[in-house]
Design a protein around this ligand. Structure first.
Ligand code: DP6
Length: 355
């Protein structure tokens, strides 16, 4: 099934420069657990952001070698921890992009959001890097069409970081075999059903609760799903939540949306707390925010909800019409739980951009 992604047309490689920016994304149905080969245990559904993105430039010239030759700079500096991940990515995509053995690359990457904000950057980073690699492929074969371009970009970015394959599209994306036709485990696809108007302009305010590097990486957490006591039940739950979310996105049932999104966030953390070894990524301030949000929603009827990543930060999700309401609530109450009072106001995004 992955054969369609193997590059076979060999042309003479030249030097050049390619540049893409790719958004971060926030999952509403969570990817947690994988089989070998970066295949997810369950389907996930996310939306791309606007302000949180990675911009990557690759300058390349001809130079043959037996392993991809590159020089990586993050915000202008060498970052060995990231190089290990890039090495893994390159070795996994070699079969599909053999031309990377014919070039030497200078890779320069910048995040729009603060590096130490606790916001996961692997999705936008591998998204941008993969789009750049595809842009190089396009210089070798200008005939590749747009659909294939993004499909393969999503396919290879999955091999860098699972959630990255959903950072290739605008708005909502789905990765993993599901009730949505065309969805599959190898790459993400755009959500191809009509979305109710109330979800076209979603806001995501990211409350920065803890900026420190997390003690437990997502990759390690995924591993702990194999042999997890609740893995089977989690699969049943995620299937049910996936259907409910799709139904709410189409019908505009905001109460069902809220219930499903929060159930997924808490289920993700419940999996962490019940794995072997168990661990907790939420902080007490994360819980304070959730309690305050529930109280505010009950008292005011505001249509806001929360979701969590594999970390302590809280994403507050709400429709554009509630912007002023939610901002008042944040400045009056929630800001006191944020590290240095920091938060980022983001919105559902327009997707990656060629620069
Ligand atoms: C909790 O994509 O970071 O954010 O595939 O090992 O790189 P790797 O993991 P990663 O996992 C993200 C997990 C999550 C949920 C989600 O984004 O769906």
């Amino acid at each position: 099934m992955d054969n369609e992604f193997i590059f076979k047309d060999f042309f003479e490689i030249r030097s050049g420069k390619v540049q893409w920016r790719s958004p971060s994304n926030i999952a509403l149905i969570k990817y947690w657990g994988k089989k070998t080969g970066q295949i997810p245990l369950n389907p996930s559904l996310s939306f791309s952001l606007t302000k949180c993105f990675t911009k990557t430039t690759i300058t390349f010239k001809k130079n043959k070698s037996s392993f991809p030759k590159y020089h990586f700079l993050f915000h202008g500096e060498k970052t060995p921890s990231f190089e290990r991940k890039i090495d893994g990515f390159f070795s996994r995509i070699l079969k599909y992009c053999p031309y990377i053995l014919d070039i030497e690359m200078k890779i320069e990457s910048f995040n729009s959001f603060p590096h130490s904000s606790g916001i996961a950057s692997s999705a936008s980073s591998f998204g941008a890097l993969s789009l750049c690699i595809m842009e190089i492929e396009k210089t070798l074969n200008p005939k590749i069409d747009e659909v294939y371009f993004f499909k393969k970009a999503s396919f290879i970015s999955r091999l860098g970081s699972g959630s990255a394959c959903r950072s290739i599209y605008d708005k909502f994306s789905i990765w993993g075999e599901s009730i949505i036709s065309g969805s599959n485990d190898l790459y993400a696809i755009p959500f191809n059903k009509k979305i109710h108007n109330s979800f076209n302009y979603l806001c995501d305010t990211i409350l920065i609760v803890d900026k420190s590097k997390k003690e437990f990486s997502s990759t390690k957490g995924h591993e702990l799903m194999s042999g997890h006591f609740y893995a089977e039940s989690r699969m049943i739950q995620v299937e049910s939540n996936f259907s409910k979310l799709v139904e709410s996105l189409q019908s505009g049932n905001y109460d069902l949306f809220i219930k499903t999104v929060e159930s997924e966030a808490l289920a993700l953390h419940a999996m962490m707390m019940t794995s072997d070894p168990y661990f907790i990524l939420m902080k007490s301030r994360t819980l304070e925010i959730i309690k305050a949000l529930w109280e505010f929603r009950r008292a005011s009827g505001t249509k806001l909800c929360f979701t969590l990543d594999a970390g302590a930060n809280v994403h507050i999700i709400y429709p554009r019409e509630e912007f002023n309401n939610v901002q008042n609530f944040i400045s009056q109450k929630l800001i006191s739980y944020c590290e240095n009072g920091e938060f980022i106001n983001d919105t559902i995004g327009t997707g990656p951009l060629k620069l």
